[in-house]
Design a protein around this ligand. Structure first.
Ligand SMILES: Cc1cc2nc3c(=O)[nH]c(=O)nc-3n(C[C@H](O)[C@H](O)[C@H](O)COP(=O)(O)O)c2cc1C
Length: 223
């Protein structure tokens, strides 16, 4: 059996898909749009968002007065919770993730319950470089995994992305296009399966093994 086969029980599994670039003509937005098409073709439901909807002021703890959260963080939280999983196509800036992405994650991490815990994520990147922005995705894994997101092991990074798309927005290289689809379908099958076999982990403990006094403890138990 070649490649990933779609699991017909997928039903209406919902995926939030967005690009972490604000730029017009963004290569990552192109890749995110292609991911959305592939998901729909394989029976998933897509909630496509724009990074501008999640933009937040620079994080400052002093702004957190009377439960304040910026609109962008609130929008991000709602969209994460309204979907079964999220997919980010992120540029690489200076070997890392864009500041806007980390800023939005930091703000959204301040909600309780903390929204990232137990949600699945798939990371994509596109860059004109030969490595396709893959280093940026390793940095993006860190805060997400720290917050309890189940980040899919396989990350797709489109090298020389400025030359990779045809005029319809598909990948010119058929073998690469199949790998992209297999990557997405594998992720879709995992998200669908996890609906039936939820993880038995019951708590998010930010710093496992640390002293359990009031100042250091950050634990959330599931209802
Ligand atoms: C500040 C800055 C830093 C960048 N650093 C990297 C880098 O480390 N690695 C890389 O592959 N591309 C880097 N690039 C190039 C981006 O990959 C390229 O501009 C890409 O098109 C941005 O993604 P977008 O098209 O989705 O906006 C950088 C671009 C900028 C503006």
């Amino acid at each position: 059996m070649e490649g990933q086969q779609k699991d017909d029980r997928q039903g209406q599994v919902r995926f939030l898909v967005f690009s972490a670039s604000l730029r017009d003509n963004s290569l990552n937005t192109r890749l995110a749009k292609l991911a959305a098409l592939v998901i729909e073709k394989n029976g998933g439901t897509v909630d496509f968002a724009s990074m501008s909807e999640f933009d937040c002021p620079s994080f400052n703890q002093d702004l957190e007065v009377d439960g304040y959260h910026p609109e962008g963080a609130e929008a991000f939280r709602k969209r994460i919770l309204a979907n079964d999983a999220f997919i980010i196509s992120s540029p690489e800036y200076n070997g890392s993730m864009p500041g806007i992405m980390k800023n939005t994650i930091d703000w959204a991490s301040r909600f309780r319950p903390q929204p990232f815990h137990q949600h699945h994520a798939l990371l994509l990147s596109a860059s004109p470089s030969m490595a396709g922005g893959n280093r940026g995705l390793w940095s993006l894994r860190i805060p997400l995994e720290h917050l309890g997101t189940r980040v899919y092991p396989d990350m797709f990074s489109l090298a020389m992305a400025h030359e990779a798309f045809d005029e319809r927005g598909s990948l010119k290289d058929n073998i690469l296009a199949k790998r992209f689809e297999d990557n997405l379908v594998g992720f879709m099958n995992l998200v669908e399966a996890s609906r039936h076999y939820p993880c038995i982990k019951k708590a998010w403990v930010e710093f496992l093994g640390e002293k359990t006094d009031k100042e250091t403890e950050r634990v959330e138990y599931e209802a």
